[in-house]
Ligand binder design. Structure first.
Ligand code: HEC
Length: 165
């Protein structure tokens, strides 16, 4: 039985289309989700030590717009300014709050996610700066940037941006 499953897994990997703009098969999706869930469960449950003050939110926003908006979109909905495609796709950060604890989100941003486009920011931000970015993404999900379509928001974002990828 194990051998059959193994052979099937190998075969399905061999005939995979590895393009980043295609959707992978059921086996790969199942295994990837299984490992991801296990990896996330190992994180502790510390809440964000920073309160969402005007100052902290502003700092988080600046970091976010410099380093994250390129992929996750200025509004956090996963529509990057460049329209580049990855597989796994860039997710919206709007629903993250219900799915992951704050500590898990902090861990993902610090470490990145291997074999995906999500980079590690361990050498870019301090732990405190990452907590402030999380304040900003939570703020975005409660109070969206504006009613404007993403195409117009991208212009605002490009104008405000000072540095970044
Ligand atoms: C080069 C593109 C890129 C950049 C830059 C980037 N991300 Fe990501 N991010 C991704 C991709 C792709 C994923 C999905 C990975 C996966 O499917 O497991 C992801 C996943 C995440 C997740 C997990 C969401 C979930 O539902 O599993 C969080 C949280 C996150 N990113 C936050 C950030 C923050 C905050 C920044 C900036 C400090 C950032 N990302 C910068 C591409 C990027």
């Amino acid at each position: 039985m194990v051998a059959v499953v193994f052979a099937f897994a190998v075969a399905s990997f061999l005939r995979e289309n590895w393009g980043a703009d295609a959707t992978p098969g059921a086996v790969e999706t199942f295994l990837a989700n299984l490992f991801l869930r296990q990896a996330r469960q190992q994180q502790s449950d510390i809440p964000n030590p920073f309160p969402s003050t005007e100052e902290n939110l502003q700092a988080g926003r600046e970091f976010y717009e410099q380093q994250c908006a390129f992929c996750h979109g200025p509004d956090g909905k996963g529509q990057g300014a460049m329209g580049i495609q990855f597989y796994p796709p860039v997710p919206s950060l709007m629903e993250v709050e219900g799915e992951m604890t704050e500590a898990q989100i902090h861990f993902v941003i610090t470490k990145g996610i291997r074999y995906t486009a999500m980079p590690s920011f361990a050498k870019v931000f301090t732990s405190d700066e990452i907590w402030k970015i999380i304040l900003w993404t939570q703020h975005l999900s409660r109070q969206p940037l504006s009613g404007k379509p993403p195409s117009e928001q991208v212009e605002v974002f490009a104008g405000e941006r000072e540095a970044g990828p």
